[in-house]
Ligand binder design. Structure first.
Ligand SMILES: Nc1ncnc2c1ncn2[C@@H]1O[C@H](COP(=O)(O)OP(=O)(O)OP(=O)(O)O)[C@@H](O)[C@H]1O
Ligand SMILES: [Mg+2]
Length: 428
């Protein structure tokens, strides 16, 4: 078996290819059925066993179930991949214990490995794994190397032995190629939760016959924003204003704004659960006593203390997905002190994500320019990843390449499928 793993910011998937190139996806139990995409989240709880206290964790669908079932919420962390470049986040305190980022990610990867071993009936040790062209937070190749090194450590901690990295869009290209009976010059656009990644390459039977070396990757580009950055704008416009963003407090007669860094963290899934620290909660409690809109700050405190990042993410994801198919959608979020509901038009959402769309366009243009390829030379454009459903993202490509060249599919699994084929290419 040749194994490919796509550890995504939001969802992960795992695929196995036989020597003949037949690919199967690993399936995970979820709500009396199965899913092939595994939420990359980790839920931790303090656990007492025989008088001893330990910290237990669950990831993916099991993590969601445990989180939803527990009355006294532990800690739910999301989008951990986005921390890999962060030199300031080496360890974090959870229930009084220091956790390394690598350890938290390894807990997810270990669960993925167990699920794969159970389904395949073989040990899973050697893998080809994906990485974005540019990690979230990266300003240089050095930052990317640093992030990749940390991800490698996480894989090793999770019990993998031989770990080879490949760019995620190149993985998607292998999947696209497996359905092709002729040669093509293709552009891949993979839009995930954390990053948008692009590759220009020649694929098809000729490349396949002559092996990986012959596959011509003309170039790669990436930009460290995607679905999570779109979500941030939804939170900024629909959620934060109801939780006291932009309001004032009265500190001994002096009018000051409520600290806005809290709202910046509230907007980003990977930061949200880390707001639940003693210092931040104490600070917000004191803000609540001085605030001109104390009930809004208390609602914010409620959201942080009760670890509502998961239901908030669900609500945001729902309105976003509905706007992919409809011109209007209803946003609704209700929990404890927090009650929000509003109708949003697609045009309004698109105006919020204007900067992100522009950054995506610039990355596509940079790739074309750097490789000296003009849109007419590109035979097909393959768009994949969950955020490729966003109509404004698709328009970036239809306006440059024309609708006829756009292909879509395998939004949540194409990268893992392709990485398994890439593993076969290396091993075989
Ligand atoms: N129908 C939809 N419309 C818009 N966005 C969607 C839709 N379905 C999923 N998404 C978004 O897609 C993103 C997840 O996509 P995907 O699973 O491809 O990312 P990932 O592989 O985990 O992330 P990355 O590749 O950046 O590490 C999330 O931001 C999610 O909200
Ligand atoms: Mg992805």
């Amino acid at each position: 078996m040749h194994i490919g793993i796509d550890f995504g910011t939001t969802n992960s998937s795992l695929a196995a290819a036989t020597d003949e190139g037949e690919v199967t996806l690993i399936r995970f139990p979820w709500q009396e059925a199965y899913t092939e995409s595994y939420r990359s989240l980790l839920y931790l709880e303090r656990w007492r066993e025989g008088g001893r206290s330990t910290i237990k964790s669950w990831s993916g669908p099991e993590g969601i179930r445990k989180y939803l079932d527990s009355d006294d919420k532990g800690r739910l962390v999301q989008s951990l991949k986005s921390f890999l470049t962060s030199r300031s986040l080496t360890t974090t305190e959870i229930f009084g214990r220091q956790f390394q980022l690598e350890e938290l990610i390894a807990r997810i990867l270990r669960d993925l490995r167990s699920a794969a071993e159970k389904q395949l009936g073989v040990a899973v040790r050697n893998v080809v794994v994906g990485r974005p062209v540019r990690f979230v937070g990266s300003d240089s190749d050095e930052d990317d190397a640093f992030a990749e090194g940390r991800l490698r450590i996480a894989y090793k901690k999770a019990g993998f032995e031989q770990v080879e990295f490949e760019f995620e869009p190149v993985g998607a290209a292998y999947h696209y190629e497996s359905m092709l009976d002729h040669d093509e010059l293709i552009m891949i656009g993979d839009f995930g939760g954390g990053t948008s990644d692009f590759s220009l390459l020649r694929v098809g039977p000729s490349a396949r016959k002559s092996g990986r070396k012959a596959r011509e990757v003309l170039g790669n580009e990436g930009v460290a924003l995607a679905g999570d950055a779109f979500d941030a704008k939804i939170v900024r416009h629909l959620v934060s204003p109801a939780l006291g963003a932009g309001t004032m407090l009265n500190s001994n007669g002096k009018m000051l704004p409520v600290p806005n860094w809290v709202y910046f963290k509230l907007e980003r899934w990977h930061h949200l659960s880390f707001l639940k620290s003693r210092e931040t909660l104490t600070m917000l409690q004191s803000v609540a006593t001085q605030a001109l809109a104390p009930e809004q700050i208390r609602a914010l405190l409620y959201l942080i203390e009760h670890d509502l990042g998961y239901p908030l993410h669900q609500a945001v994801q729902k309105v976003k997905a509905q706007l992919s198919g409809n011109e209007k959608a209803a946003f609704a979020f209700q929990d404890g002190d927090v009650e929000l509901s509003e109708t949003v038009s697609r045009a309004r959402f698109e105006s919020w994500i204007g900067d992100e769309l522009q950054a995506i366009e610039q990355a596509v243009d940079r790739l074309l320019q750097a490789t000296g390829v003009s849109p007419q030379d590109v035979d097909k454009v393959f768009l994949t990843g969950g955020s490729s459903f966003v109509p404004a993202v698709r328009r970036v490509f239809s306006s440059r390449f024309g609708d006829a060249k756009i292909q879509t599919g395998g939004e949540f699994t194409s990268v893992a499928r392709g990485l398994a084929l890439r593993a076969l290419d290396t091993n075989g």
